[in-house]
Design a protein around this ligand. Structure first.
Ligand SMILES: [Zn+2]
Length: 537
């Protein structure tokens, strides 16, 4: 071995540079392989104007015309968002001496006719003013990119791999996202297709990292913009215990790492496969009630990585980004996720039996005081949420709708108690959720239909559950006392002094028999169901 002189160093550097360029071309272009490629770049030089500038370069597209579309919605938020309204200055460039024609062919579509097949560049601006978990936002402090609101797909070709490069505003040094980072870069990421790209928002700025934790050797991170001052260890410890319960219940860890991304003040969170983006500012978390509420909210978004992202209704994937994706089963995807947010936090030992029961009190009080329950079934509320608004509360209309976030967990409770009662407490709703995961997601790689969901419940129960499913498909009044009594519980009705609305409270019956005690114990988490004990051994 000999030492390297200055001249040698220059030659070596050039050689390395050459190797690097070749390597980069290979990864980037797919030009060596002839496969189609799409590369996006987003810059944000003028954050006070609330604008992203987006450029796209694509190649090896065997198309005479290329139809670019901006999604109409993003999975997880079942509302038409009209993202294309925020696009301006769309232009296309086919390179030297290549005439390119651009036609607007619809509200969210642009047709580009390149001079010849091959490569193409387009660029456009995106207004990013609404600080909301399903919308783009940028100001002088930070930026939040919702990929479905930012990156156009080529119609019918959402399966093309995509690479994105973010050019953060000067002084910003961090990006939180579930996307895979390109090795050796700080701000470049890849996705194997547009479904994954649209599943991974990006939070950009000077971010803080809360303590991370591992469960079974898998790391969970929490990155946030201005998370505030509170007992971070307490929050993370609660989160870790609840995640552990979820993974123990499912018997599988479907991701290599998971990131909670706190986007700052606001309302709501959206679930993704290996991350969740949540409005979060840490305010008020010194109060135990607020801390418990925050934990339930985070566990809800987390558990969605199973229920809806993997365990999903047949209609929710592959997605059609051009229109509403209607399903009767959002009560399963959302309502049962609310149910499990309560159950997992209880099983983790983070709330008492009374606190658990009061969660259902709130749902029952909302549903039973909602006139909409006479007009709309749970499955209708799922199907019509695109028209009714995210919580069944479309302003200005007569109250003829309900929210699956409220009635869904009630039916979840009734379903769980009915299954436990029918099987002498040997099986539960957990078995249904596991079956849906292992059978439909893992084995068949698809979602389930309405009939398949009911069939799964009935197979686990070993009997017909048609009476329970009437609470899904009709507006029939719920017979609470029958199902609650399986667990030694009862519902009492009173009147709220302030609002004069009906007020319901679930309490324990006085003298429980052996079967009621045992069912209540295993349901509420005091006694683990047998299947979990087996998994934990
Ligand atoms: Zn949800």
């Amino acid at each position: 071995m000999k030492s390297v002189t200055g001249k040698d160093r220059t030659i070596l550097s050039l050689a390395l540079l050459f190797l690097f360029i070749n390597h980069t071309t290979f990864i980037r272009g797919g030009e060596n392989t002839g496969s189609p490629f799409i590369e996006y770049s987003v810059s944000m030089a003028r954050p006070s104007d609330h604008l992203f500038h987006v450029t796209l370069s694509c190649g090896n597209l065997d198309m005479d015309t290329v139809d670019f579309r901006m999604p109409q919605w993003m999975p997880g938020y079942y509302q038409i968002m009209e993202y294309s309204d925020n696009v301006s200055n769309f232009s296309a460039d086919g390179g030297k001496a290549m005439e390119v024609k651009v036609f607007k062919t619809g509200k969210n579509s642009w047709r580009v006719v390149p001079g010849k097949k091959g490569s193409l560049k387009i660029s456009y601006d995106v207004v990013a003013k609404r600080n909301f978990v399903a919308s783009n936002f940028i100001d002088t402090t930070h930026a939040y990119i919702v990929p479905a609101a930012t990156f156009m797909f080529i119609n019918q070709h959402t399966d093309i791999p995509v690479r994105i490069k973010i050019i953060p505003f000067i002084g910003w040094n961090d990006i939180a996202t579930g996307l895979d980072k390109v090795a050796g870069t700080d701000y470049e990421f890849t996705a194997p297709d547009f479904d994954i790209l649209y599943d991974c928002p990006l939070l950009i700025g000077n971010l803080e990292q809360l303590p991370s934790f591992d469960v079974n050797g898998i790391y969970h991170y929490f990155k946030a913009y201005k998370p505030g001052t509170f007992n971070r260890d307490l929050l993370i410890s609660g989160l870790q215990k609840s995640v552990k319960e979820a993974l123990s219940m499912m018997g599988d860890v479907p991701y290599s790492e998971f990131t909670f991304i706190g986007i700052g003040p606001g309302y709501g969170g959206i679930e993704h496969l290996n991350n969740t983006t949540v409005s979060f500012d840490g305010k008020g978390l010194d109060k135990p009630g607020a801390m418990l509420g925050m934990l339930k909210y985070l566990v809800h978004e987390y558990f969605h990585n199973f229920n809806v992202k993997r365990i999903r209704p047949y209609e929710l994937g592959p997605f059609d980004y051009n229109r509403e994706n209607r399903t009767n089963l959002l009560w399963v995807s959302e309502g049962l996720t609310v149910y499990y947010e309560y159950m997992l936090v209880r099983r983790a030992g983070l709330m008492t039996d009374e606190e658990l029961l009061s969660c259902f009190d709130e749902n029952i009080n909302t549903v039973e005081n909602d006139e909409g329950r006479h007009y709309q079934s749970l499955s209708q509320s799922s199907y019509e949420t695109w028209d009714d608004g995210p919580f069944g509360n479309k302003p200005g209309s007569q109250d003829n709708s309900i929210s699956y976030y409220e009635k869904g967990p009630i039916v979840g409770l009734i379903l769980d108690l009915a299954i436990r009662n029918a099987t002498e407490n040997r099986k539960s709703l957990d078995d249904v959720i596991r079956y849906l995961y292992w059978h439909f997601y893992k084995d068949l790689g698809r979602g389930f239909t309405d009939a398949e969901f009911q069939q799964a419940c009935e197979e686990v129960a070993g009997k017909s559950l048609s009476r329970v499913f009437e609470y899904v498909s009709t507006t029939k009044e719920i017979d609470y006392s029958t199902y609650l009594s399986y667990a030694g519980l009862k519902l009492t009705e009173g009147v709220d002094n302030k609002s004069t609305k009906k007020k319901y409270t679930i309490t324990k019956q006085d003298n429980l028999n052996q079967s009621q005690m045992s069912l209540f114990g295993s349901w509420s988490g005091n006694l683990k169901p047998k299947v979990q004990d087996q998994q934990n051994q």
